[in-house]
Design a protein around this ligand. Structure first.
Ligand code: SF4
Ligand code: SF4
Length: 345
């Protein structure tokens, strides 16, 4: 049996490393510390999860983000962490051999595998066919006997760029193509790798999906806006805004609201988990958030236009009402972030 603790050991990591991972994951998932022993026990005894990963109208950027998710899990462990039975970009077999191995896996792990979908779906059956079958057929077939369906990325979660006006292929999100079935949405273009990994670990350890919001997103990661947790928030509160990317105010790290930041209406964990092993995120590198994890982000208006211009009736005054709530919530998240960066190898 290949458990996660065994994989850590086989890859040369100590028990201390494994416990550090379990502790960070418990915190990242927003679980109480009292659940730590249960998480450790589960990761020591349950076999690694079986995953069938389908790619439809996508660019494979979500896969790329997943395999670079190294903030909480070392790369060597990550590549062995799931039993990836089918993934067009990462698997060795191709053509009919690949389709055959997927069919076998769906039979062997009936009712037990996690179906991960990357990319939007075209129910009209004309576009994006694989092995002679439309992506819609392939999705229905794979979703029939799965333990859970996880949409990764904004394309799978909301339709994303393929669904942007004028939506030439008639793209729809996975949840719309699978009406009536519960689908976890992990949006972002791409989504944060650690969020994908932690969601799968939650399912593996506790045998159920994490609590979701009304749009099917894990609340722990999408419960607050970028603005709620942004380190530039003090400048926003003080009314100090960069007016252009090369002015003195931008150099002083002022708020990017006026150069188009969509942080106030975007729910994601970028300011806390960050990217590239917890190194940075767009706002930290001086670029406004353009809201890639929100539905229809591409159709909301020009990326660099201020929100108050793009979103009718959504101005600075309205956002200011959320300041107190955001600041309080941000303090708790900052603790997790500190732990994450401290725990990084
Ligand atoms: S969500 Fe973004 S990164 Fe993921 S497949 Fe779509 S376009 Fe690519
Ligand atoms: S508007 Fe953007 S840059 Fe300014 S505080 Fe909010 S999230 Fe940060």
């Amino acid at each position: 049996m290949n458990t996660l603790s065994e994989i850590f050991r086989k890859r040369g990591y100590s028990r201390r490393d494994f416990l550090k991972f379990a502790s960070l994951t418990t915190a990242l998932l927003g679980l109480p510390p009292s659940m730590f022993p249960e998480i450790v026990h589960a990761l020591e005894t349950k076999p690694k999860p079986v995953v069938i990963w389908l790619e439809f109208q996508d660019c494979a950027g979500c896969s790329e983000s997943f395999i670079r998710s190294t903030t909480i899990m070392p790369t060597e462990v990550l590549l062995d962490f799931i039993s990836l039975e089918y993934h067009e970009t990462l698997m060795a077999p191709a053509g009919e051999y690949a389709e055959e191995s997927k069919k076998e896996a769906m039979e062997r792990y009936k009712g037990k595998y996690i179906l991960v979908v990357e990319g939007s779906v075209t129910p009209n059956g004309v576009y994006c066919t694989v092995g002679g079958k439309s992506n819609y057929e392939l999705l229905k077939e794979a979703a029939e006997n799965t333990a859970a369906v996880v949409s990764v990325g904004s394309c799978a979660s909301w339709g994303g760029i393929p669904k942007a006006e004028p939506n030439p292929t008639g793209a729809v999100p996975v949840y719309e193509a699978l009406k009536g079935k519960q689908v976890v949405n992990i949006p972002g273009c791409p989504p944060i790798g650690d969020v994908m990994v932690a969601t799968i670990v939650h399912f593996l350890a506790l045998g159920k999906l994490p609590p979701l919001d009304n749009l099917g997103r894990p609340k722990t990661f999408y419960g607050q806006t970028i603005h709620d947790r942004c380190y530039r928030r003090a400048f926003y509160n003080a009314g100090k805004f960069a007016e252009s990317f090369d002015d003195e105010k931008a150099r002083n790290g002022y708020c990017l609201y006026k150069v188009g930041c969509k942080g106030p209406i975007t729910r994601n964990a970028c300011p806390t988990i960050r990217w590239n092993g917890g190194l940075s995120f767009p706002i930290q590198s001086g670029h406004p958030c353009f809201g890639c994890s929100e539905p229809d982000f591409w159709d909301r208006g020009f990326i660099y236009r201020p929100l108050s211009v793009v979103e009718t009736g959504f101005g600075v005054e309205k956002i200011a009402a959320g300041v107190a709530v955001g600041a309080a919530a941000g303090a708790g998240i900052a603790w997790i972030n500190k732990k994450l960066r401290g725990g990084k190898k």
